[in-house]
Design a protein around this ligand. Structure first.
Ligand code: HEC
Ligand SMILES: [Cu+2]
Length: 340
């Protein structure tokens, strides 16, 4: 093939690669990501990524340069006939190209194996770590804090600079719990408990995703991680334990509360110390998003209660029959579910 023909084929391919790869960064923008981690686990993993990339790029460059040199230097000349002089066997070369890969493999293997064991450290009995139980559901996340007896959903609240020992399981199919800015992912398997730990070194909001195709709305199974200071965390724990204030009958919210009790309470608890099969709505108004995906404002709350199936196809929240007045009252009531 003529060189320009080859170039004509390769250029579009490289343009396509650039486009595809730029998608990797646009998902997270400047947010923390595996390439810009904000936790010790993510940083250790990034080191391994960089180390292997560095070693492999080095090998690639050297091999291609040698290859190019040989192809050009020993190409068939004009007027050349017959088979060129053949060389066979070289002890020196054979030893060199056996030893170099061995050394490279050692450079890769020693930190990899060491880190694999270090990152598998079990903090589930540790005093200094916070224990969080994660349960994946189609298509939402439940978070339990066994040391505090708290149950919540969609917004994972954790203290900064603290090891979080996760215990992960699933209520239905296999999901995968992933906070790209803090570290690698871990599967949640039905009937099994997986363990791993993460920590965050900066206060802020991080994105979380389900990373295992788990059904129709897998791509919408997002959550948020709120990394807060130790004091804020303790305050959050305390307010999650507070009993929810009852709305009295004269209050404008009373109608919403009535409808909630009649039509929603069978699935949703509003008391943070109650485990539930479905998302616990204690402090729902303080959550970042509705159902992990939509801005938490009156408009989206109303749309969600009116027709969750159109927002998250296949969600286990049914479309409940409600009048416009009831929807307004419920929206207002849900917006009042703030933590003290
Ligand atoms: C049959 C059980 C069921 C009933 C009844 C039900 N829901 Fe839900 N609800 C769910 C499930 C399951 C989810 C999680 C949906 C998802 O994200 O896949 C959910 C999610 C929600 C969320 C989002 C929670 C969050 O943290 O983002 C809100 C708000 C909500 N429901 C409000 C209501 C209201 C108001 C009613 C009454 C009209 C109601 N639900 C009735 C099961 C139910
Ligand atoms: Cu999932």
């Amino acid at each position: 093939m003529r060189p320009w023909k080859l170039a004509k084929r390769l250029v579009p391919l490289f343009l396509l690669f650039t486009l595809v790869l730029s998608g990797c960064s646009s998902i997270l923008g400047d947010d923390p990501s595996p390439l810009n981690p904000k936790g010790s686990v993510g940083e250790d993993q990034l080191f391994l990524i960089k180390l292997s990339l560095f070693v492999m790029t080095g090998v690639l460059v050297i091999v291609f340069v040698l290859f190019g040199y040989v192809v050009i230097r020993f190409r068939k000349r004009k007027n050349q006939t017959g088979v060129p002089k053949q060389t066979e066997g070289s002890h020196v070369l054979e030893i060199v190209w056996t030893v170099i890969p061995l050394v490279l493999l050692l450079i890769l293997a020693v930190p990899m194996v060491t880190q694999t064991f270090a990152l598998a450290k079990d903090y589930s009995e540790s005093e200094e770590a916070e224990q969080v139980k994660v349960i994946g559901h189609q298509f939402w996340w439940e978070f339990q804090y066994p040391e505090h007896g708290i149950y919540t959903a969609q917004d994972l609240v954790i203290p900064v600079n603290t090891k979080i020992a996760f215990e992960l399981t699933s209520a239905d199919v296999i999901h995968s719990f992933w906070i790209p800015g803090l570290g690698g992912k871990m599967d949640t398997n039905p009937g099994m408990t997986n363990k791993f730990y993460l920590d965050a070194e900066e206060v802020g909001t991080y994105k979380g995703k389900c990373a295992e195709l788990c059904g129709a709305s897998h791509a919408l199974m997002d959550f948020k991680v709120q990394v807060v200071t130790q004091e804020e965390y303790e305050a959050w724990v305390a307010s999650m334990k507070e009993p929810s204030q009852a709305v009295n009958e004269q209050d404008a919210l009373a109608q919403g509360q009535e409808i909630f009790k009649a039509k929603c309470m069978s699935c949703h608890a509003i008391d943070g110390t109650q485990p539930g099969v479905y998302p616990n709505l204690k402090g729902f108004a303080d959550r970042e998003l509705v159902a992990g995906i939509k801005e938490n404002n009156a408009e989206w709350i109303r749309k969600w209660i009116d027709d969750p199936q159109s927002i998250k196809p296949g969600t286990l929240m049914p479309n409940v029959d409600l009048t416009d007045d009831e929807l307004d009252a419920l929206t207002e009531y849900l917006q009042s579910l703030k933590l003290e």
